[in-house]
Design a protein around this ligand. Structure first.
Ligand SMILES: CC(C)(COP(=O)(O)OP(=O)(O)OC[C@H]1O[C@@H](n2cnc3c(N)ncnc32)[C@H](O)[C@@H]1OP(=O)(O)O)[C@@H](O)C(=O)NCCC(=O)NCCS
Ligand SMILES: CC(=O)OP(=O)(O)O
Length: 324
């Protein structure tokens, strides 16, 4: 059974309510119809009813039975309760007027639905850049116990090959401590997706072949991560070829228990992580599933704006599974 068939079996019957703030988008509507028809979850589309119907008509979609909420006509008393809960949650950082304005934005509205238990998870980002999609989650849902940072991983999949790339979505510039935490989070994500993690801390240097502050950061991160979980196979600093290709590993890092066999790749910053996953996807022909947000207290998932219906469907399955 493939990964997504397994997830489908897991979530079937649990009826998790997943809110899609971009309900007017055709890819979102098509995925929501498929998810509802297969009884995998209960989609909730946000948006203007007329605009949603227009997209559906243009594409001959049947949205019968799918819940639609228009934040602009949301019952006044329920909106007031939402504003109050948001102001309370922000604990002095956001006043009533700002909260009211935020809630006219579908990503804030959807995030508050998840925070208040009106939905079990959220999938957005088909039309919004990552920052605008995840900022409400960072501000309202916040980190899960045991995590100090939220990060974004991709499952990269082709035929029988499956890898984790992190952080490819959230933290722009990271210190050694954050890189170590991302490594531990990503190893856990790998296990959820049936990968026995061998974690490579990536650099442009292998085992001291270059000297630079950027390299020192990666060696420090490796030591911290090894201390955080001594049972984990984790090594660095490694160049990608040393991490991935056994013959190169034999030449560059013969002592390493990870080099040549790594399957979880931790990038030293977001420039390299985001560029790296898109090269593997667009030149390497890998399917990129994610970004899967790690370390968040409730399941909220981002999409790439380049996503298709199948990507939305798969990210929704992951989100519903995280909500179990
Ligand atoms: C994620 C991102 C939007 C946050 O930036 P920001 O809104 O400027 O963040 P701020 O520093 O103002 O922080 C806003 C809140 O989020 C929290 N936060 C920010 N980054 C966080 C992280 N990685 N983990 C946990 N919380 C975080 C802050 O603590 C702050 O909380 P507070 O308001 O309660 O104090 C920003 O880092 C970003 O744009 N990242 C790149 C996204 C991207 O374009 N990726 C490429 C495509 S996938
Ligand atoms: C994850 C990612 O790169 O998102 P986008 O393509 O929307 O910027």
């Amino acid at each position: 059974m493939g990964l997504f068939e397994e997830l489908a079996v897991k979530i079937q019957g649990a009826n998790k309510r997943i809110v899609f703030p971009e309900g007017e988008d055709a890819r979102i509507q098509e995925a929501a119809i498929r998810l509802a028809q297969e009884k995998l979850l209960k989609p909730i589309l946000l948006g203007d009813e007329q605009a949603i119907a227009l997209t559906a008509n243009e594409n001959q979609f049947d949205l019968n039975g799918i819940q639609i909420i228009n934040p602009k006509t949301y019952p006044k008393d329920q909106l007031q309760a939402m504003i109050k809960a948001l102001v309370e949650r922000r604990n002095g950082k956001t006043d009533f007027e700002t909260a009211e304005k935020w809630l006219t934005n579908v990503n804030y509205f959807g995030t508050m639905m998840v925070y208040m238990g009106l939905a079990d998870g959220m999938v957005s980002g088909a039309k919004h850049p990552t920052g605008d999609t995840v900022r409400p989650a960072l501000q309202i849902v916040k980190t899960a116990p045991g995590s100090t940072r939220i990060s974004g991983a991709f499952i990269m999949q082709k035929d029988t090959q499956r890898y984790v790339f992190s952080d490819a979505a959230i933290n722009i510039d990271i210190d050694a401590q954050t890189m170590a935490e991302i490594a531990i989070q990503s190893a856990n994500t790998a296990k959820v997706f049936g990968i026995e993690p061998k974690v490579a801390m990536l650099s442009f240097s292998t085992k001291g072949s270059a000297k630079a502050d950027q390299v020192t950061k990666v060696t420090e991160a490796t030591k911290i991560a090894q201390k955080m979980d001594s049972t984990l196979a984790i090594d660095g600093e490694l160049q990608f070829d040393a991490a991935f290709v056994p013959s190169v590993a034999a030449a560059k890092a013969p002592e390493s228990n990870v080099a040549g066999n790594a399957n979880v790749f931790i990038f030293p910053d977001l420039q390299s992580g985001n560029i790296g996953y898109k090269i593997a996807q667009r030149l390497g022909g890998f399917e990129a599933i994610g970004p899967i947000l790690q370390g968040l207290a409730k399941p909220i998932s981002d999409l790439s704006r380049g996503c298709n219906t199948d990507d939305v469907y798969k990210v929704a399955l992951i989100t519903a599974a995280q909500a179990l």
